[in-house]
Design a protein around this ligand. Structure first.
Ligand code: DC
Length: 224
């Protein structure tokens, strides 16, 4: 990538791998803009549900995806964090027209990072493989499904949401299967991604390893 292009850091991984927390921290540390691309799929899924549609219905999902723009108020709604939104997101994410509409959205963000930032951090499932194959650094953050279900359970309980451990584990497995087995842009590490297994690491260790990798690829050093 030419030196004048905005820098792009791609961070992919399954649900509850810790990639969201890491991505925000990396963006803050390097002074980059951050886009949580899962929010886009969640917004499309919730829009379809609100319109009384089925998230697995291609036409309804595509219509909602094309209606999404960066200023759409739904992108800031707390309802996007619910499990129902996550399940709907994972269904609309398998629709090719949805992925095409959101591809444009994501690429515009990398080409014109908001706030005059010199680049961006995108986190999702297919950033390193499809959205930004030319990213300056790619990380694939993962952890065992049991560890991720445990983290998700803790997060739900902290938010006062009652949850049954076996249900959380089953939901996590169902979402993993849908995300990694879909025909379009399935979840998988890019060939040149740095794979970071966070099962036995705390957040500071994950951050330190990510910073070292990004530094080795881009020459960037944390500014904060
Ligand atoms: O990261 P998340 O849990 O917010 O993602 C919600 C769903 O959106 C996830 O199950 C798969 C989909 N997704 C995707 O297919 N591609 C992305 N880049 C981000 C999310």
């Amino acid at each position: 990538m030419a030196a004048t292009n905005p820098v792009v850091i791609a961070i992919d991984g399954p649900a509850a791998s810790g990639k969201g927390t890491l991505s925000q921290r990396i963006a803050d540390a390097f002074g980059l803009a951050h886009l949580d691309t899962g929010v886009l799929y969640r917004a499309v899924g919730v829009s379809v549900l609100r319109a009384g549609g089925d998230p697995a219905d291609n036409a309804a999902a595509a219509k909602a995806a094309y209606a999404l723009d960066p200023d759409h108020p739904i992108l800031r709604e707390v309802e996007l964090r619910t499990d129902a939104a996550a399940q709907a997101a994972s269904k609309v994410a398998a629709v090719p027209e949805v992925r095409a509409a959101l591809l444009d959205f994501q690429r515009r963000f990398t080409q014109h990072p908001p706030g005059g930032a010199p680049g961006s951090v995108l986190d999702g499932r297919d950033i390193g493989t499809v959205v930004c194959p030319e990213a300056d650094a790619k990380l694939f953050v993962t952890a065992s499904v049991e560890v991720r279900a445990e983290r998700r359970l803790k997060e739900l309980r902290n938010r006062g949401i009652p949850a049954i451990p076996s249900d959380v584990l089953e939901d996590m497995k169902a979402r993993d299967a849908r995300d990694s087995q879909r025909a379009v842009a399935p979840l998988r590490p890019a060939a040149d991604a740095f794979v970071l297994d966070t099962s036995a690491l705390d957040a500071d260790e994950v951050f330190a390893r990510a910073v070292a990798h990004i530094g080795s690829k881009t020459g960037l050093r944390p500014t904060a």
